[in-house]
Design a protein around this ligand. Structure first.
Ligand code: FES
Ligand code: FES
Length: 157
């Protein structure tokens, strides 16, 4: 087995420039959780199939469990820990609380990220817009109806 090739990368995470020495092929989620201790972003399937690992990259939702950390240098990354710096993110979080839009919470960070990106892009989404934005996000606890109501409320408020 060959030696691991490590590089030092600088990432903009939640408005802070952070350096990490890592294999450039390591998926972003591992760097966020294990190196930066930002544990709010969850690792579910690891196959871009469940949505748990979503973060904002330049304001758009991106699944962080497959794409290599080196692809994110120079881009602005927002995790759930930094989402309330954005008015929309803070409104979405408040609506999730009001509507009890989480049960075990494993999917919640990804859903808040997706809803924030949606409302930043489209402040008055219709049902289809909301359903499309939430589709990549699985919730095994069945919280989707409450999530849907929370996103609708955040859009109105
Ligand atoms: S952990 Fe990334 S999509 Fe499931
Ligand atoms: S609240 Fe448990 S997976 Fe969604």
């Amino acid at each position: 087995m060959g030696a691991r090739h490590l590089v030092t990368l600088t990432l903009n995470v939640n408005g802070e420039m952070r350096r990490v020495t890592s294999d450039p092929d390591t998926p972003l989620v591992y760097v966020l959780r294990d190196e930066f201790k930002l544990k709010g972003t969850k690792l579910g399937c690891g196959l871009e199939q469940c949505g748990a690992c979503a973060v904002l990259v330049e304001g758009a939702p991106v699944l962080s469990c497959v794409s290599p950390v080196s692809a994110f240098e120079g881009k602005s990354i927002t995790t759930i820990e930094g989402i309330d710096a954005n008015d929309t993110g803070s409104r979405v979080q408040a609506a999730f609380v009001t509507y009890s839009a989480a049960q075990c919470g494993y999917c919640t960070a990804g859903l808040v990220v997706a809803a924030t990106a949606l409302l930043d892009d489209n402040p008055s989404p219709n049902r289809v817009d909301i359903a499309q934005a939430l589709t990549p996000h699985l919730c095994r606890c069945g919280s989707h109806p409450r999530v849907f109501r929370a996103v609708k409320a955040a859009a109105k408020s």
